[in-house]
Design a binder for this molecule. Sequence first.
Ligand SMILES: CC(=O)N[C@@H]([C@@H](O)[C@H](O)[C@H](O)CO)[C@@H](O)CC(=O)C(=O)O
Length: 350
Amino acid sequence: MFKGLENLSYEERLQELGLLILEKEKLPICSSMAPRKKLQGLVAATVTPMTPDGQINLSVIRQYVDYLVSKQNVKNIFVNGTTGEGLALSIQERKQLAEEWVRQGKDKLDHVIIHVGALSLPGSQELARHAAAIGASGIAVIAPFFFKPTSKDELLAFLREVASEAPAVPFYYYHIPPLTGVKIRVEELLDGIKEQIPTFQGVKFSDTDLLDLAQCINKNGGEEFVFLYGVDEQLLSALAIGANGAVGSTYNYLGQKTNMMLQAFAQHDLALARKYQFLTGEFLNFVIKLGFGVAQTKAVMTFVSGIPMGPPRLPLVKASEEFIAKAKAKLDMLQFTDCFSMWHVEVNGT
Ligand SMILES: CC(=O)N[C@@H]([C@@H](O)[C@H](O)[C@H](O)CO)[C@@H](O)CC(=O)C(=O)O
């Protein structure tokens, strides 16, 4: 546990934590979290904007926040996750990004969740302390996936050691077995988790095993845990079994449409909810066949929002012009572009 910060001045705390202050305006050091709204609804898994030569581009984050809030009606973000290429960034870059998202999100966003998972425990702990210090509304951690935990107890021990570095910050487990290869069932992990991790708040569940998710919800409904689903094309099914919301890449540019699906679902209009799910499903089914991942998400987000997101970082490579043209045409065909074109007019003045 990181101790002794309370006796240090602001500057000393920052030095101790290895923080970077990028602008004159300083971020608050939070010793405890103010009570916040429960995390629910849509959470955009943000992409990390980069310059054409591959450096992180902090200069467009303000515009990005405004776009999410005003054009997609999305007020929660998940930073430095899969879509944000978190594991392809240096620790310093991850801190810079976290700081900028928290700074720009202040008074505009409801929740800024920082993904602090890393392959090494000290790396993850450093990021957790940093997220706490800058006032993040939550932290999330994936299972380490080079040396993998092989049992619930091993995974829990790792998560506990990270969570305890940010003892006042809500903690989320980020379950994404297709990428980590760690297939420990969440149902099993959650059994008794509060005793080990008092800050435990919920799960970002990026897997298609809906039986596991259903068991988690069924057994932990009374605990007030939050279950956020992470397979966007199947969100409606997760809502039906009780998911509280979703974290995903498509909410960057299909947030408004997906919000309509959530609304239809809440009003028990299943036929309408399905219509929205089928529309996003049709788009994703189309692009997945072309080859769809973080690089393609960056390209789609660039042409939809008008904000240059830049290339991905190696080993990922830029989406092809052919992909971009086809994805654009498909969105047009599905009439997703109605609201997007208005945004283009406002942003570009054309
Ligand atoms: C494997 C992957 O990238 N999954 C995405 C989904 O949003 C995904 O892009 C979408 O369902 C399309 O397949 C998210 O679960 C990832 C995510 O939330 C994150 O960036 O941390």
